[in-house]
Structures are given as structure tokens and as C-alpha cells.
Design a protein around this ligand. Structure first.
Ligand code: ZN
Length: 430
């Protein structure tokens, strides 16, 4: 195995230190280490963070390899500083059986760029009618612990209750895409001032908040764990804050796009801004940032949702919902949280690595940068300034809402168990 000596890295933004990577672990950390290595990396000015963990990635394989594959998605993840991603279940076929989750897990192992932890569907075919084989998926080689019908809401309260009861047996968690379907029929964007002016069907905040309120109560009632995907409203924050104050086992995530963008962008009718849940108001953005800062929201999750051009370069009404996000997440968090004085780098490590790994029960990730720990690491250059150009992305799709925007920071290197997946800002071919 290649050994690395990283010089002058600012671990969690602290004073410069050297880091020695040997046999997949941090072998030594200190000032001016006197050790040998195959490759030396000058990390002067770079921040070292534990490898990032995404709780919410759409890798599209099997079934939509025209949008993304496990290989292209994990290459994008590595470029974004990720060492582990959770692959959502809404593939074709749906990841609702041991066979499909094992296939995705194996593809991840073969990619070598990033660990892929498959998410299992809660219900057969994401149809919300009948519980999927949760136990079999957990017992499979993929060892599934996170279950979600993401893209769809588990809207039947009895099914949701049974799922929460079932996963409790093996410390699993149900990750809910909170969207009351009857309140969002025909929805095209956030329901509010802008949707009224544009005459587009509204997706009201209450459709998200009512499901979250129900599910935190259900989780408390059965004594199980629930995780709320992509929180997008100020009201959702209040409910999660209340549930946590009660001591209930509730966690939540926010996407980078909901931390930065608002429904005002929809005035352009550019479908790149069409996403589910929709972009909300500036007041919602403010509440989400504060909640991420104070820990009410546990994690940043990308909801990386690649789509081929033909599904996005069309009329707003028929365009697919979703945005790519793996390669820009850390930059958006730098801009919205670090530069706004809401989080320091230690906080970023907590919200983008430690806590998401803990929620997913990923033992080998989200660990501290200390001697003996698995060498999952990202070196990030916060001083970099550049314009986002999706044509340079590793993801197969180009539907980035940040195209042409100035975003700070860039991943310089990513290490997965001591092996470089990205070096000097470029993918390492494997
Ligand atoms: Zn979703």
C-alpha cells in the first residue's frame, strides 16, 4: 500500500500538523514528523476534515445508468470529499430486496472511490402498501440499517408505525421523505407569494410539517428512531426542536441547496431549480441555517439527484425534480455556514461526517482524525475562489443550480482508508 505524509494540514482548522498515513490508518500526527513515505503532500493552507458521509445520494444504478452509475456517482463523491454515501432505494428495480441492495453494495465495493451503503426501501416497490423485506436486507451482505421510500412519503400511518417497530429490533432507522401527498397533488414549487404570482401549483410547508409532526409522535410512541430527510421549512425546524427537547430519538438533515437558494429563482422558469421538496423562502433558509448551527438539524445531506439533459432541458411543468450536489456541498457549506460565522470547521466535521455516520451506524466512518483511526480524510482549500462549471464534474449529469456561480473552496485531496481517491484536485485513476 502507498504511504503518504501530509505536511502542514490544519486539522479541523487548527494549527498546522503533519499526518502520516500507513496501512489504511493514521500512523502518526504531529509537528514536523520525521518519517518516510512514498508520497508527500504539501497541505499548507488546507483544512483537514474526516472523510465526509452523505446520508442521501441517488446513484441511479440499477436502471437509470444514463443519469448516473455507482462508479460515476462515487467518483463525484470522492471529488466532493466524501468517503461514504448512502444510496437511495428508488432505482429500477427498487432496492426493496436483499438481491438488489447486495448488487448496489457490491458495485460500490468494486468502484473503490467511496463506500456505498445501500438504503433499503420501506415498502415493496415504494408503493406504500406492504412492508419490504427489511430484515432480509439488514441480514444481507449490504447490512442495511437505513430504510427510506425517498422520492415518496410513507404516508400511511400504520405502515410507518410497523416500519418503525420492525427496524427497532436491529437498531435501524426509517428516513422519511415528509410530504403529505394529498396536499401536494400537482405541486410545482413552494406555495407562497411567488407561486401565486407565477400561477404554478403550490407545495405548502404544512404538507411537510404535518408528516414530521406525525412521525416524531409515532417514533416516540413505539420507542424507535426516525430520521427526517431534507428539512426545508422553518416550521419543520420548530417541530424537530420540540421533539428533541422531549428526548425523542429524532434526527434531521438539510441539503446544501436549501441552505442557499430560494423560490425567487423559480421566476426564471429554469428547471434546474425544480426540486422536491421545493426551494423555499429566505426566512426558511435563515431558520435552516440557524438550526444546523445549533444542532437541531444533525447533518448536511446532498440529495444528489442526477438527471440527463432531456429530463431537465424542457418546460418547467414536465421537468424532473432534483439537482446534483456531491461536488459542491462543502463549498456551499463554507459559504452559508463557515463564512457566515455560524459553524467552524469542527462543526462542519460534526455535521458532514461524525453525525451522519452515527445516524447510519457506519462504524468505519465519521471517526476522529487521531492515531490508529481509519485514514478517511479530506484536504480542503478554503481560500480557492472559482466559478462552478458542471462540465468539469465527475457526475454523469449536469443539473447543477450553481452553474456560473462563484463558490468558495475546493477539495484538494480525498483519502479512503489511506488510499488517495483524489490528489491535487484530480481523481486518481484506479
Ligand atoms: Zn426526498
Amino acid at each position: 500500500m502507498t504511504t503518504y505524509l501530509i505536511r502542514n494540514a490544519q486539522i479541523l482548522g487548527g494549527a498546522p500538523q503533519d499526518i502520516h498515513l500507513v496501512d489504511g490508518v493514521f500512523a502518526a500526527i504531529g509537528e514536523q514528523l520525521d518519517v518516510q513515505a512514498d508520497i508527500e503532500v504539501d497541505a499548507t493552507g488546507l483544512v483537514a476534515l474526516p472523510g465526509l458521509v452523505d446520508l442521501h445520494t441517488h446513484l441511479r444504478e440499477p436502471g437509470r445508468e444514463d443519469a448516473e452509475t455507482v462508479l460515476t456517482g462515487t467518483r463525484a463523491a470522492a471529488m466532493g470529499g466524501y468517503t461514504a454515501v448512502h444510496a437511495m432505494a428508488n432505482t429500477f428495480p427498487v432496492a426493496d430486496s436483499a438481491g438488489v441492495v447486495e448488487q448496489v453494495w457490491r458495485l460500490g465495493q468494486e468502484s473503490g472511490y467511496c463506500d456505498v451503503q445501500p438504503v433499503g426501501a420501506v415498502t415493496v416497490g415504494l408503493e406504500g402498501k406492504q412492508l419490504a423485506e427489511l430484515g432480509a436486507m439488514h441480514d444481507s451482505a449490504a447490512g442495511v440499517r437505513v430504510f427510506s421510500d425517498d422520492g415518496k412519503c410513507v404516508d400511511d400511518a400504520v405502515i410507518m408505525r410497523r416500519a418503525l417497530e420492525y427496524v427497532k429490533a436491529f437498531d435501524g432507522v426509517v428516513a422519511q421523505h415528509a410530504q403529505e401527498p394529498r396536499l401536494t397533488a400537482g405541486a410545482q414549487m413552494n406555495e407562497g407569494l411567488v407561486s401565486g404570482e407565477l400561477g404554478l401549483g403550490g407545495w405548502p410547508a404544512v404538507a411537510e410539517e404535518s408528516i414530521i409532526a406525525r412521525d416524531v409522535l409515532l417514533a416516540a410512541h413505539v420507542g424507535s428512531r426516525v430520521h427526517i430527510c431534507h428539512l426545508s421549512t422553518a416550521g419543520s425546524v420548530e417541530i424537530v426542536r420540540w421533539a428533541k427537547a422531549k428526548g425523542w430519538d429524532v434526527t434531521a438533515e438539510v441539503t446544501p441547496h436549501h441552505l442557499l437558494l430560494t423560490d425567487e429563482l423559480v421566476r426564471s422558469y429554469d428547471p434546474v431549480y425544480k426540486v422536491n421538496p421545493p426551494l423555499r423562502t429566505a426566512a426558511d433558509v435563515e431558520a435552516l441555517r440557524e438550526a444546523l448551527a445549533d444542532g437541531t438539524i444533525d447533518a448536511v445531506a446532498t440529495d444528489h439527484a442526477p438527471h440527463p439533459a432531456e429530463d431537465k432541458d424542457c418546460e418547467w411543468a414536465v421537468a424532473a425534480m432534483g439537482m446534483v450536489g456531491l461536488e459542491t456541498a462543502l463549498s456551499v457549506v463554507q459559504q452559508t455556514m463557515v463564512e457566515a460565522g455560524l459553524l467552524n470547521w469542527e462543526g462542519v466535521a460534526d455535521r458532514m461526517s461524525h453525525r451522519p455516520a452515527r445516524i447510519g451506524r457506519l462504524a468505519g466512518h465519521g471517526r476522529p482524525i487521531s492515531v490508529g483511526e481509519p485514514a478517511n480524510l479530506v484536504l480542503f482549500d478554503p481560500a480557492y475562489r472559482g466559478v462552478v462549471n458542471p462540465d468539469t464534474f465527475a457526475t454523469r449529469s449536469r443539473n447543477s443550480p450553481y452553474k456560473g456561480m462563484d463558490l468558495p473552496g475546493r477539495v484538494h485531496a480525498t483519502f479512503l482508508r489511506g488510499e488517495a481517491t483524489v490528489l491535487a484536485g484530480e481523481l486518481v485513476e484506479r
